[in-house]
Design a binder for this molecule. Structure first.
Ligand code: FAD
Ligand code: SIN
Length: 518
């Protein structure tokens, strides 16, 4: 079956929903989402959104902080563009129903602080900012007559002819068939790839589909080796990926060894508020030295009422696992959190392929460089989604071409799922053990060889059997893992989030890793 739409948006996180709202006054939009509309990393965001709102702060300072954390690899134009549009992005979210936490008895927004930021500049909705953003934007989109939402629809591959994107093949998870969707412009807003790692703060959907789709279609990717590990996820066998926001450290929480000794000051003068790469590596080192499975994060010295008011969701969740954070420290470990690199775009989200845009975490706009500063990503989602929407409005034309239907004639139904389950686990474990926070030439080479074997099995399966959603996610996960390994092998230095013990120094000249499928 072929469906026609003006604009096809793949993904319903902050980036996809912002683009849909912005475009809905001019076009008929179809948004596809592989699970429910609010099932995205966006919904789980805690700390907030960085923007310059305090009197003592300045865009100059926010730009400087971002460049510093990005460790020489940010594109200054992208940084300036994003940060100069920060205040307007917050206003846009408020206009679309997002309610942020205010200062006591005042109309001003309350600002918190996170690692790398020189001032309080993180706008938030208590400790569940993403839930507020996602629920509000999804509510708007669901009421909009020009926007059609197809939940449980997973993009399989892009349809490209003569370097122009004409649409996508999309797997309907309920009916288990593949549709062709034809559109004048296609936006990838598929989020990150942190699920490539065994331990992650991300929801299950973060399997890197957008990177794999764009790669197979012919787009270049940039800086895929820079996967950010969040320093503090709750350590508990039953707590799946629960993040303990950096905002706790912004409000005074201290990292300690399991014997209760604070350790961050010996690694960096900013101590607990050092950039994330430094904090994650310091924790990794403390765990290796002590042989323990976790470190502790302690905010119990703060007044109990203040903790409960500022972090109601974290307080409640920790209590469910037996930790009263007002009385005792929280056991924490680092986990894969954010994909800093991505599909190479310009400042309007345009990729290498005509009519194909990439926005949000799946893109590489140049904002993050070698390391993303906390709370800059939701900002990037809104600013670049608006920029892409504007570009589409100015340059839209219907593709006018017919697109082929999905060919299912040469494959049969698979009899068993063991290949999928086994390789899903094998690939993620391999990435965690061999391509994690600290890397080496030997481990990267072994990872490449082992991943190749997994990829061969996956490709063989694809040739012979009908697709399922689990298989399609595995296919993308393995593809993106290979791209992360290849990019990590290319970088002959340690910079930002990429640390290789065989090249511990930073090269004088900073350059991006660009990989091309052609
Ligand atoms: P997402 O929000 O991940 O949305 C991706 C969408 O694409 C989903 O709807 C998904 O289902 C869909 N999708 C993916 N593949 C396909 C496919 N093949 N077909 C169809 N649909 C598909 N950032 C901040 O700035 N501040 C924070 O405080 C913060 N806290 C965070 C806390 C947690 C626990 C996590 C996980 C992330 C946090 N981040 C934070 C990062 C931030 O949330 C993400 O970078 C951002 O939300 C990404 O938005 P997005 O729209 O690009 O992608
Ligand atoms: C957090 O709340 O610590 C996450 C912030 C981010 O990833 O930007």
């Amino acid at each position: 079956m072929v469906i026609k739409t003006d604009i096809l948006i793949i993904g319903s996180g902050a980036a996809g929903l912002t683009a849909a709202i912005e475009l809905s006054d001019s076009f008929k939009i179809t948004v596809i989402s592989k699970n429910q509309i609010i099932d995205s990393s966006t919904w789980y965001a805690q700390g907030g959104i960085a923007a310059v709102l305090a009197e003592e702060d300045s865009t100059h300072s926010h730009i400087e902080d971002t460049l510093k954390v990005g460790d020489g690899l940010c594109d200054e134009k992208a940084v300036e563009f994003c940060i100069e549009n920060g205040k307007e992005a917050i206003q846009w979210l408020q206009n679309n129903g997002v309610v942020f936490t205010k200062k006591n008895n005042a109309s001003d927004l309350h600002l918190t602080q996170e690692g790398g930021h020189s001032f309080r500049r993180v706008v938030h909705a208590a400790d569940a900012t993403g839930r507020e953003v996602s629920d509000s934007l999804a509510g708007k989109v669901l009421k909009n007559k020009n926007i059609k939402i197809l939940e449980n629809h997973l993009a399989v591959d892009l349809i490209v002819k003569n370097n122009k994107c004409l649409g996508a093949y999309v797997f309907n998870k309920n009916k288990e068939n593949v549709l062709s969707i034809s559109a004048g412009a296609i936006i990838l807003a598929t989020g990150g790839a942190s699920k490539a790692y065994l331990y992650t703060s991300n929801p299950d959907g973060a399997s890197g589909d957008g990177y794999a789709l764009a790669w197979r279609a012919g787009c270049r990717l940039e800086n895929m080796e820079f996967n950010q590990f969040h320093p503090t996820c709750l350590f508990h066998p039953d707590a799946k990926s629960f993040l303990i926001s950096e905002a706790l450290r912004g409000e005074g929480a201290i990292l300690k060894t399991t014997s209760g000794i604070p350790f961050m000051r010996k690694y960096n003068s900013k101590a607990d508020l050092a950039p994330r790469d430094i904090v994650a590596r310091s924790i990794d080192n403390e765990m290796k030295v002590s042989g323990k499975d976790n470190v502790l994060l302690d905010i119990s010295h703060k007044p109990s009422k203040e903790i409960k008011n500022s972090f109601p969701s974290i307080y409640k969740k920790c209590l469910e696992y037996g930790f009263d954070i007002t009385k005792s420290p929280i056991p924490v470990v680092p986990a894969a959190h954010y994909t800093c690199g991505g599909i190479l775009t310009d400042l309007k989200g345009q990729t290498d392929i005509k009519s194909l845009y990439a926005i949000g975490e799946t893109s590489s706009t140049g904002l993050h460089g070698a390391n993303r500063m906390a709370s800059n990503s939701l900002l990037e989602c809104v600013v670049f989604a608006k920029a892409a929407a504007q570009d589409i409005k100015e340059n839209f034309s219907n593709n006018g071409k017919s697109i082929p239907e999905w060919d299912n004639s040469k494959v049969i139904k698979a009899g068993e799922n063991i290949l999928i389950n086994h390789n899903w686990d094998a690939s993620r474990r391999l990435m965690w053990n061999y391509v994690g926070i600290v890397r080496s030439n030997d481990r990267l080479k072994k990872a490449k060889d082992k991943m190749k074997l997994i990829k061969n099995e996956v490709q063989e399966f694809y040739k012979n059997f009908e697709v399922t959603s689990d298989f399609l996610e595995l296919r993308n996960l393995v593809q993106v893992s290979e791209l992360i390994i290849d990019s990590a092998i290319k970088r002959k230095e340690s910079r930002g989030l990429h640390y290789n013990i065989d090249y511990p120094k930073k090269l004088k000249k900073a350059s991006s890793t660009i990989i091309s499928p052609k």
